[in-house]
Ligand binder design. Structure first.
Ligand SMILES: Nc1ncnc2c1ncn2[C@@H]1O[C@H](COP(=O)(O)OP(=O)(O)O)[C@@H](O)[C@H]1O
Ligand SMILES: [Mg+2]
Length: 251
């Protein structure tokens, strides 16, 4: 039987002022990479924070590693293997690469660690301060700091923020290897669909807090390319997004 590392069941979530996530259900199995796509403001980050137990669900249920989430459960579930990489990457500019990884794992991380063998550029930057790294290098470090913790559920929020899609594609190759090798289940949140679709096993498009489209990445990609308004409401895609990337941006 497949083990589900994440089960989201009719989740309604949001803030005092607004319901942002409306009746969303999906799961992530061990070793599976699920892309959660959607335009800016669709509710992707809110979904992640709710799964992590940092925002209380208004209705519905979330189980992470088989355990119901909740404020008290968050640290326990995190110790059992839930890792969230926030969209600001959660790094400290004053630390260097080596100390960032040491802090993440609470023990000595060596350059021969298999995570660093997957992301070898970090070995070269070992003593460099985070503040001096490029955006792509910082994202690589944030990913490495997550992977050295050997997550069973890894949630990545907008890895591509401010980066060229090719950089993210390289990082996602490391994520794929860890999913295959360690059985890490991954929830990959992205506004840039093409990058995420190329690296995932299944995709979900969130729009106005509801699941507008879900399925195999190639099917979802084709429907996004075709701009199926029946699935995406008033959504549009452009071949050349204003940020200069070449991905499909879900609007
Ligand atoms: N702390 C907050 N309080 C109230 N509303 C919020 C808060 N954070 C986000 N929102 C609103 O929730 C909606 C979804 O936001 P978010 O989950 O960040 O979307 P996404 O990550 O898909 O861009 C937006 O309309 C946003 O303005
Ligand atoms: Mg977000």
């Amino acid at each position: 039987m497949t083990t589900q590392v994440l089960e989201v069941d009719h989740l309604v979530g949001g803030y005092r002022s607004a319901e942002v996530v409306r009746d969303v259900s999906f799961s992530v199995a061990e070793g599976e990479i699920v892309a959660l796509l959607g335009p800016n403001g669709a509710g992707k980050t809110t979904t992640l924070l709710t799964i992590a137990g940092l925002i209380r669900p208004l209705r519905g249920a979330v189980r992470v590693l088989g355990e119901p989430i909740g404020r008290e459960a968050t640290s326990r579930i995190a110790r059992r293997g839930m890792v969230l990489v926030p969209d600001d990457r959660g790094l400290f500019g004053e630390l260097n690469v080596a100390d960032t990884l040491r802090l993440a794992q609470r023990s000595r991380v060596r350059k021969t660690d298999d995570v660093l063998e997957l992301l070898p550029a970090l070995q070269r930057l070992w003593r460099r301060r985070v503040a001096l790294l490029s955006g792509g290098e910082q994202q690589m470090l944030a990913l490495a700091a997550a992977l050295v913790r050997r997550p069973r559920l890894l949630m990545l929020d907008e890895m591509s923020l401010g980066l060229a899609p090719q950089i993210v594609t390289g990082l996602l190759a490391a994520v794929r290897t860890m999913a295959d090798r360690e059985g890490t289940g991954v929830l990959l949140v992205e506004q840039h669909a093409r990058v995420a679709l190329g690296a995932s096993d299944r995709a979900i498009v969130l729009r106005h807090g509801e699941i507008a489209l879900t399925g195999r990445p190639d099917d979802v990609g084709a429907r996004l390319e075709a701009g199926e308004s029946s699935y995406l409401g008033d959504s549009q895609h452009t071949a050349a997004p204003p940020d200069g990337s070449d991905g499909i941006v879900v609007r």
